[in-house]
Ligand binder design. Structure first.
Ligand code: ADP
Ligand code: ZN
Ligand code: ZN
Length: 711
């Protein structure tokens, strides 16, 4: 090949050539072998020739190669030190295998943009040390006092950055390593007995923990104290949070307690800042990393503690390939490193509850809350046959107006997270049920069909209600104009919509800041508003559209509705004023309501877990989902049919459901279809998935989703 004749080692035969296995960032099934005149450590990025171009890759091994001359040479070594160790590379490989993607795809997800494109990792100076005599002047003396060993840049900035910069320029302050210790800027409060107990049990353990407690029960304080203990052992700490903007207070409190020690990785960061922050953590320069889902894949050489806040949050599952679940992977990492993983929440996922019951997780509970508000008064509004105004009943509108007149704030909660449309009779509340099983069928528009994704039963779509002959509506679309119509009917009180569109990349923080003026106003919002922000004058919450989840075909819908509603209910009346929560529904008799209205999440979870046991669904069964899409109708379905046929020999251990069109079949000019695999044990599922399947036709995209969400 071309590389051969051109290669001239500097010391001819004296220099041994070493073959390197490179995981190239390109859609290849396996790592490729390249040679280099010296050994480049695993975890180092390199640039290599690939066909007639160049690509970035990471060294993953050094297997000897029988024909060294046939190998192409590494072009350039991009890192002076490896970015990650072998344990991390193993984890990436493991995760790729588990989630059914190429290792390269998982590696790509783990690296920030600049890391993938081969940019050099330049780490900023994080701390300075005093070098010289005792200075004159109060400000300089303060800087002198602070920098006797090493002073984080953040702290210099807090004292006097212009003067510090001058001192750096003339050499009175010289670069130093960030002090690696457990210095805190503030001492935490005296711990409550339950907090102290949780910390004593968790610290030094090597298991996952459910830290269960409502908002305000003191979970964050437990995280902070555990982090301090880890830092005192020179360990690193990873804190995962669900979505930017949901937990600004958590980030602020870590930064306040550990100034200069925290890196915060989130989606709003510019590429350069992300790469630098990632690098500082990967090189062990900063001890604490707080970030969303993908932060989990950052190499942390001295990791000693993982915290997953709001562990039940569905955003921990990535909705595009590689479809990993950050909480589940965190538990795997904890197990491999033998370190504690703390899963904090008020509303644990059913997976986590099942793991507690099986003795795989341990339990710590915080049951007290400082300055407790009374639980809100909850009330169902039966929407059947009521006249609605852009989704709101008269009763709800009156309550909103009264609350504003009293000078208090209102939250109108819209429940929107990609749930499929639902068919419902507004007159009498009739909705389709699967005649063959417990589940709710999914509404498909083309062809017009009710399709049960749990047992494959199909039925036509009635256009009129079978009980009262009213025209049937597809619900979940009447609320688009809600904000406008409220602004009109509630004038002059301001109405602010807070969701992903209006909040922008920075999260809901700024918009919520306005609401902290405590003046009467209406906030209209989605999940973003469910938690994390204290608005003492918010006394009324109206839940507009719980039904879309109540009647959804997704088996996790009730679990997720309960988690959200319990959280939303916590938003009403948090200070001395009593709160009120109104929930609109077409099915006031649903068995979930008594527990939900009482705020009893665990009772609800028990009810749901019984249903899951009966039907063999997760966490008691194991699922995988083949997803496929194609611009032409029918192609994706036909291909999944072929896959189902290939897997037919496994039908005695694995239930194959479908293929069926995806709940939202037509998206972005493509027809989506899915094939569900359900097995009682992982081994059977693995065996079925190992079956050779037909190759994908051209223009057809297909992907496997392990432990799928959003069915
Ligand atoms: P959570 O994370 O469960 O919402 P936090 O840890 O944020 O709870 O605690 C809620 C509030 O109570 C915070 O203002 C926190 O500073 C305070 N707090 C937590 N623990 C204690 C304690 N032991 N003594 C006094 N205040 C505390
Ligand atoms: Zn009806
Ligand atoms: Zn069914």
């Amino acid at each position: 090949t071309s590389g051969r004749g051109f290669y001239t080692p500097n010391q001819a035969s004296a220099t041994a050539l070493i073959s390197h296995q490179i995981l190239v960032l390109a859609p290849l099934p396996e790592p490729l072998d390249y040679r280099h005149h010296e050994r480049v450590a695993a975890g180092t990025r390199v640039r290599v020739p690939l066909g007639n171009r160049h690509a970035i890759g990471v060294v993953v091994g050094h297997a000897p190669h029988p024909d060294m001359d046939a190998l192409k040479a590494i072009d350039a070594v991009l890192d002076a030190l490896p970015l990650a160790d072998a344990r991390w590379l193993d984890l990436i490989r493991w995760a790729a295998q588990y989630y059914g993607c190429r290792t390269e795809a998982m590696l790509r997800t783990a690296l920030p943009n600049w890391g993938r494109s081969g940019r050099e990792l330049q780490l900023p100076v994080l701390a300075y040390r005093w070098n010289g005599d005792y200075p004159r002047g109060e400000q300089r003396q303060k800087l002198f006092d602070a920098s006797q060993t090493a002073c984080p840049v953040e702290q210099l900035k807090a004292i006097n950055w212009p003067i510090a910069r001058t001192l750096i320029k003339n050499g009175n302050l010289e670069p130093a390593e960030l002090p690696q210790d457990d210095t805190v800027a503030e001492v935490g409060p005296t711990l409550m007995p339950e907090q102290a107990d949780a910390i004593a049990r968790i610290d030094g353990s090597n298991t996952p923990w459910l830290l269960e407690g409502i908002t305000g029960s003191g979970k964050t304080e437990v995280y902070l104290q555990l982090a301090k203990l880890a830092l005192s052992r020179h360990q690193q700490v990873l804190v995962l949070v669900p979505e930017i903007g949901l937990t600004p207070q958590l980030v602020n409190r870590f930064e306040a307690r550990f100034p200069g020690q925290v890196i915060h990785l989130h989606s709003a960061l510019a590429d350069g800042a992300r790469w630098s922050g990632w690098g500082q953590v990967a090189m062990g320069k900063r001890p604490i990393l707080i970030g969303t889902r993908s932060a989990l894949l950052t190499p942390m050489p001295r990791l000693g503690l993982i915290v997953v806040d709001e562990e039940h949050d569905p955003s921990y599952k990535q909705a595009e390939a590689p479809r990993y679940h950050a909480r589940d992977l965190a538990v795997v990492i904890g197990h491999r490193l033998k370190i504690p993983v703390v899963l904090g929440t008020a509303t644990p996922s059913l997976e986590t509850i099942a793991n507690l019951d099986r003795g795989r997780f341990q339990h710590a509970q915080l049951t007290r809350r400082a300055g407790v508000a009374k639980p809100p008064a909850t009330e169902l509004i039966d929407l059947r046959s009521l006249s609605l105004h852009d989704g709101l009943s008269d009763h709800a509108l009156t309550a909103v107006a009264d609350t504003l007149q009293r000078g208090e704030q209102v939250l109108i909660f819209l429940n929107r997270r990609g749930f499929a449309p639902v068919l419902l009779c507004h007159q009498c509340g009739w909705h389709p049920e699967c005649p063959a099983c417990d589940a709710k069928p999914t509404v498909h528009r083309e062809p017009r069909r009710l399709w049960c994704h749990h047992c494959d039963h199909q039925a036509p779509w009635p256009s009129r209600c079978p009980t009262c002959a009213q025209r049937l509506d597809v619900i979940g679309q009447g609320t688009q104009r809600l904000e406008e119509s409220l602004a009109h009917s509630m004038a002059p009180f301001p109405v602010t919509r807070i969701d992903r569109d209006t909040a922008g990349a920075g999260g809901a923080g700024k918009l919520l800041e306005q609401a902290r003026d405590n003046l009467p106003r209406v906030l209209v919002g989605t999940q973003m508003l469910a938690k994390g922000h204290d608005l003492p004058n918010l006394t009324l919450v109206v839940v507009v559209d719980a039904d879309q989840q109540l009647f959804s075909g997704d088996f996790r819908a009730i679990e997720s509705l309960s988690q959200t509603l319990i959280q939303v209910m916590g938003r009403a009346g948090r200070a001395e004023k009593p709160g009120r929560v109104l929930i609109q529904t077409h099915e006031p008799e649903h068995p979930a309501w008594p527990h939900l209205l009482a705020g009893n999440y665990r009772a609800l979870a028990t009810q749901e877990l019984e249903i899951r046991t009966r039907s063999g669904l997760p966490p008691y069964g194991h699922m995988a989902l083949w997803r496929a899409r194609n611009p032409d109708p029918g192609i994706a379905l036909a291909h999944l049919n072929a896959i189902a046929q290939a897997m037919a020999p496994h039908r005695h251990t694995v239930k194959l459901l479908g293929p069926s069109p995806a709940p939202m079949e037509r998206r972005a000019g493509q027809y989506h279809a899915q094939l569900l695999l359900l097995a009682a044990d992982r081994k059977s599922l693995r065996a079925a998935l190992a079956t050779p399947i037909p190759p994908a036709p051209s223009r057809l995209w297909r992907g496997l989703d392990m432990d799928p969400h959003d069915l």
